[in-house]
Every structure is written in C-alpha cells, then in structure tokens.
Design a protein around this ligand. Structure first.
Ligand SMILES: N[C@@H](CCC(=O)N[C@@H](CS)C(=O)NCC(=O)O)C(=O)O
Length: 214
C-alpha cells in the first residue's frame, strides 16, 4: 500500500503526520508551500479543488478532511488504537475530531486571516476579538474535559493529536492561554511524544527548504 500525505508546515496536516507516525505507517510526504499559495496551483487543485491540506493519497485514491483521514488511519492500523475500541466511545472520539475541525479550527482561521471573513476596512480587530472569545470558550470546555486526565480518552488517540494542533496554532498567535492548566499540561505531554518531536523537526526542515528556495 502506498500512502502519500500532502502536508503544509504549521497547518493542520500536522495531525495525520502525527497519527501516521504513531501507527508506524510507511508514508511519503509531499510538502505544499501555503505561504506561496502552492495550494492554488492547477496541479494541486486537481488533487484538492478545495485548495487545502491535508490530503491523503492511498494507492492513488484521494481523501480530504481530517475527520475522514483520522478515521481511515485508525481503522487501517488498529494496533495503534487511535480511536477507542468501544463503538460508543469511538463515536464520541469522532465527534471530538469534528469539533476540532469545525468548532475550533474556524476561530483560528479567523484570527489568522480576518479579512477572509470581513473585508470592510477597520473590522479586522473586531473579527479577531470575536474569534478569540469563541476560541476561549472552546478551550475552557477542553480544559474541563482534560481535568485530572492525561488524554481525552483512556489512552492516547487521534483526538489528542488534533487538539494538540489547535492549541499549538493558538499559542502561535500569542493568545492568553496560561489559565488553561489542563490544556497546557496536555500540550507539554504531547510535545514529549516521539511522533510530535518528529513532525516538529520535519516542519523546521521544510520551512528551511522553503526559505532557501525563496
Ligand atoms: N476541514 C479541513 C480544514 C483544512 C484546512 O483548513 N487547511 C488549511 C490549513 S490549516 C489550508 O490548507 N488552507 C489553505 C487555503 O485555504 O487555501 C480539515 O479538517 O482537514
């Protein structure tokens, strides 16, 4: 089986990189330079007309959306236990993945690119403020969920990888995160995993390659 991951540094394609690594899958990575708008190139639009990373290619078949990609990885490599075994708990985990994708990620996008939401001059600060408030609410919910626990479920799952990316992205915007004690402990725990250390080192290399090519 040939697995290819279309990956952009900093972006949420970090999540399948982590879970594929946790699953000990062999995979090739094709870096996409989002800063240079490579996702809008005619070649990439054939791969994903939604011009997003991640895309997972499996024996020539293309899969988009982290929720689906995480489910595929978890079901293809069951020994990695990336989703809980109990069917109800598995659905709870998929619900959490969907929340990361559609409940948390959009606030990060608004903070990163407020003009994508509203291009009326002078509204940028307001878009960011509202998104920051929305994000704070999601982090409080996550903080309550993580209180007294190591992981969102009773062992590490894909949900931990997805939430880690959300939290890391928020930390890059220098938002006030100190109060989320359990999220911060989870963040540090995640940084201790070999899979996360691997992707962060890889991200550094790719960013250096992109800078050299610029
Ligand atoms: N719902 C998608 C979101 C993917 C997404 O928004 N990716 C961003 C990077 S984090 C992207 O590729 N943006 C480029 C663009 O919008 O042109 C998922 O969960 O996979």
């Amino acid at each position: 089986m040939k697995i290819v991951l279309y990956y952009g540094p900093i972006a949420c394609s970090l999540v399948p990189y982590v879970t594929l690594t946790e699953a000990k899958a062999e995979f090739e990575v094709r870096p996409i330079n989002l800063a240079k708008r490579q996702q809008m190139s005619p070649e990439y639009l054939k791969i994903n007309p939604k011009h997003k990373v991640p895309v997972l290619e499996v024996d020539g078949k293309l899969l988009t959306e982290n929720v689906a990609i995480q489910s595929w990885i978890a079901h293809t490599f069951p020994q990695a236990r990336l989703l809980p075994a109990d069917p109800w708990q598995e659905l709870k985990a998929i619900s959490m993945l969907a929340w990361c994708s559609s409940g948390i990620h959009p606030f990060l996008t608004r903070i990163n690119a407020p003009a994508r939401v509203c291009d009326v001059p002078g509204t940028e600060a307001s878009v960011k403020k509202l998104a920051t408030e929305g994000l704070a609410e999601t982090f409080q919910i996550a903080d309550d969920m993580l209180a007294g626990r190591e992981w969102f479920f009773d062992h590490f799952t894909a949900v931990d990888a997805h939430f880690f990316w959300c939290y890391r992205r928020a930390s890059q915007f220098e938002l006030p995160l100190a109060g989320y004690k359990s999220c911060n402990a989870h963040f540090e725990r995640m940084k201790g995993r070999a899979s996360v250390q691997k992707v962060l080192a890889y991200e550094k290399d790719v960013l250096a390659q992109f800078a050299k090519a610029a």
